[in-house]
Design a protein around this ligand. Sequence first.
Ligand SMILES: *[C@@H]1O[C@H](CO)[C@@H](O)[C@H](O)[C@H]1NC(C)=O
Ligand SMILES: *[C@@H]1O[C@H](CO)[C@@H](O)[C@H](O)[C@H]1NC(C)=O
Ligand SMILES: *[C@@H]1O[C@H](CO)[C@@H](O)[C@H](O)[C@H]1NC(C)=O
Ligand SMILES: *[C@@H]1O[C@H](CO)[C@@H](O)[C@H](O)[C@H]1NC(C)=O
Ligand SMILES: *[C@@H]1O[C@H](CO)[C@@H](O)[C@H](O)[C@H]1NC(C)=O
Ligand SMILES: *[C@@H]1O[C@H](CO)[C@@H](O)[C@H](O)[C@H]1NC(C)=O
Length: 354
Amino acid sequence: MKEVRLIAGFVILQGTGLPFNRYAWLTTHNSFARLGQIRSPFGTPNVSPRNQQDTVAQQLNNGVRGLMLDMYDYQNDIWLCHSYGGNCYNYTAFVPAIEVLKEINVFLEANPSEVITIFIEDYVTSPMGLPKVFNASGLMKYWFPVSRMPKNGGDWPLLSDMIKSNLRLLVFTSKSWKENKEGIAYEWRYVVENQYGTLGMTMGSCPNRAESAPMSTVSRSLVLVNYFPDIPDFATACKKNSAPLLDMLNTCHNLSNRWANYIAVDFYKRSDGGGAAEATDVSNARLICGCSNLSSCKANGSFGNCDVPEARPAPRTSNSTGVLTGTSSSSGFMLNSWLKLVLVKIMLLNACLL
Ligand SMILES: *[C@@H]1O[C@H](CO)[C@@H](O)[C@H](O)[C@H]1NC(C)=O
Ligand SMILES: *[C@@H]1O[C@H](CO)[C@@H](O)[C@H](O)[C@H]1NC(C)=O
Ligand SMILES: *[C@@H]1O[C@H](CO)[C@@H](O)[C@H](O)[C@H]1NC(C)=O
Ligand SMILES: *[C@@H]1O[C@H](CO)[C@@H](O)[C@H](O)[C@H]1NC(C)=O
Ligand SMILES: *[C@@H]1O[C@H](CO)[C@@H](O)[C@H](O)[C@H]1NC(C)=O
Ligand SMILES: *[C@@H]1O[C@H](CO)[C@@H](O)[C@H](O)[C@H]1NC(C)=O
């Protein structure tokens, strides 16, 4: 058996004083398709592929902030299914959407400084189907309105302002017509996204998915990097979520000059070390302070004013919320007053044995 250990935590440098588009978020692909749920609620065996190991509530507690949910009309309701042909079946159905949306609501209520993004792969055609189910889940009060989203690649509001105004839920749909008709942001008006699936894992390339503008398009403020195969693979996810994921992050940056705001993977807990959480740290370091690693971001340092990692102790020594202390105070952007360290507790495999 593989050895499993609980790593004390990954430090995510998460001040709130920057525009939302200057942060990176760990994202799960098909967040709802969980290993272990072998039957649909009807008792039918559920034959669809599984992409994650734990529930959405557990993912959120572990630091996941981006969720990819496939939503379908089914049984006179909205369901999360992993299906095909735009239809949900009793053997591809996981759970009524409202159950997972309620888990998200519970988390946002308990964690008033957290912001969550939902990407909907949207097969819902019933009129107002999504607004109704979000409304019923209690999440509508957190809904960040489309009217406030930057349309031409401008900066998003400050994360701190989103928190203050309690607009802490971003929802994107894959259906363009829903933006005007139902007030749900059409994802690719705001986000560039690379090719998903096996093709998207080709080393050295980072093409956009068909619906998205090219990855370098600056009129979209947010960047999503997918890194998972067509068929979810628990065994290879360990290796793939390790060095190859970091490599893809760099490739996408090298080819488009953009760092990912969302890093989407299968089996987000699997890696031989830091994994997807570390990749998110790296993107955060690039976006927040312009450094290659969070441990080289300086307290109160201006953008791009970095310590070499060896120059001072890494900040990942404390378990508790705290403030980075550093030695430099340049007149540039003041990071420190907003800084807090958040520990993301993640179960990690310490080696990829498969
Ligand atoms: C599942 O759906 C099929 C038709 O698609 C039906 O024949 C079958 O009885 C259903 N099974 C259950 C347990 O509802
Ligand atoms: C949302 O719920 C409120 C009160 O529960 C109701 O007045 C409103 O019509 C609902 N909106 C939608 C789109 O269902
Ligand atoms: C990205 O570019 C840097 C600088 O040119 C280079 O050192 C690095 O190997 C490149 N990484 C990838 C994954 O292409
Ligand atoms: C970031 O820095 C820490 C501490 O110096 C180091 O352990 C880790 O490997 C670095 N991560 C990357 C991706 O370079
Ligand atoms: C972190 O917390 C764990 C459990 O609460 C404790 O055993 C450990 O000593 C702490 N480590 C540090 C560096 O504070
Ligand atoms: C960073 O800035 C804060 C507030 O601006 C200040 O209180 C703190 O002493 C500064 N820290 C360092 C290390 O300069």
